[in-house]
Design a protein around this ligand. Structure first.
Ligand SMILES: Nc1nc2c(c(=O)[nH]1)N[C@@H](CN(C=O)c1ccc(C(=O)N[C@@H](CCC(=O)O)C(=O)O)cc1)CN2
Ligand SMILES: NCC(=O)N[C@@H]1O[C@H](COP(=O)([O-])[O-])[C@@H](O)[C@H]1O
Length: 221
């Protein structure tokens, strides 16, 4: 990132894009010293495209169903990303497993948000699984991406108390609230150099914030 320049972000999404919106809002309000230079989606109907259009952010559709295999899709995705010269590649509800080759190419600059307190509940249906298990706490994790899905070193987690009357839908909405504070915070730490892949790998446990964004567990030394 050139001195005095805003950090360049490329966001990858597949659907609604509420996390993408939270990042746009943080950039536009100055809370984040960064700019979204490109949105890439893999599904034609992704509402994230509408959000990009509304905020004058360039966007590209790379429809994975039109590629012969993952390698071909990832090769096009990598070329489009490189063209945008990003400092960070932000996966925000991007629903494709990326090949090892792609991840190796961008490792250390590629992050993702997952709706659970990893390493608990990697994969899908995290809210239902937390409720079924009778958990008292749940949350979201921003992590560096590695070839093994949902296993990359965590940057920061957002935690909330599960309420007695929570169901999957209410928990999903409350976790979205946590995510929309958590993702801009994590990106701010990266842009300011407060954490990087190596330090995230070495830390014994990630920092944790509560639903209001207040730090409740500091980054491990
Ligand atoms: N190599 C990695 N790829 C991805 C990671 C990762 O850590 N390493 N994180 C994911 C996480 N994720 C969303 O955030 C996610 C995980 C799994 C799937 C999935 O099973 N996708 C299916 C297709 C589903 C669909 O198109 O609806 C698949 O790719 O066959 C999606 C998202 C993102 N990738
Ligand atoms: N395993 C990945 C996964 O489930 N990711 C989740 O998809 C949602 C996307 O919402 P959005 O499109 O409104 O940002 C987010 O809740 C994110 O954690």
């Amino acid at each position: 990132m050139a001195a005095g320049e805003k950090a360049r972000l490329v966001v990858l999404a597949s659907g609604n894009g509420s996390n993408f919106q939270a990042i746009i809002d943080a950039c536009e309000s100055g809370r984040l010293d960064a700019e979204v230079v490109l949105l890439v989606v893999n599904r034609p109907g992704a509402y994230a495209l509408e959000r990009a259009r509304t905020h004058g952010i360039p966007s590209r559709l790379i429809d994975h169903t039109t590629y012969p295999d993952r390698e071909a899709f990832d090769a096009e995705l990598a070329a489009v990303i490189d063209e945008a010269r990003p400092d960070w590649i932000i996966m925000a509800g991007f629903m494709r497993i990326l090949t090892d080759g792609f991840v190796d190419r961008f490792q250390g600059r590629l992050i993702n948000i997952h709706p659970s307190l990893l390493p608990k509940y990697p994969g899908m249906n995290t809210h239902a699984r937390a409720l079924e298990a009778g958990d008292l706490k749940h949350g979201a994790t921003v992590h560096f991406v590695t070839p093994t899905v949902d296993a990359g070193p965590p940057i920061v987690q957002g935690r909330l108390e599960i309420l007695d009357n929570d169901d999957v839908e209410s928990l999903k909405q409350r976790i979205h609230g946590v995510e929309h504070r958590l993702y801009p915070l994590a990106i701010d730490w990266l842009v300011k150099g407060k954490i990087d892949f190596e330090r995230a790998e070495k830390q014994s446990r990630p920092a944790v914030v509560d639903a209001s964004g207040a730090l409740i567990v500091p980054p491990s030394p």
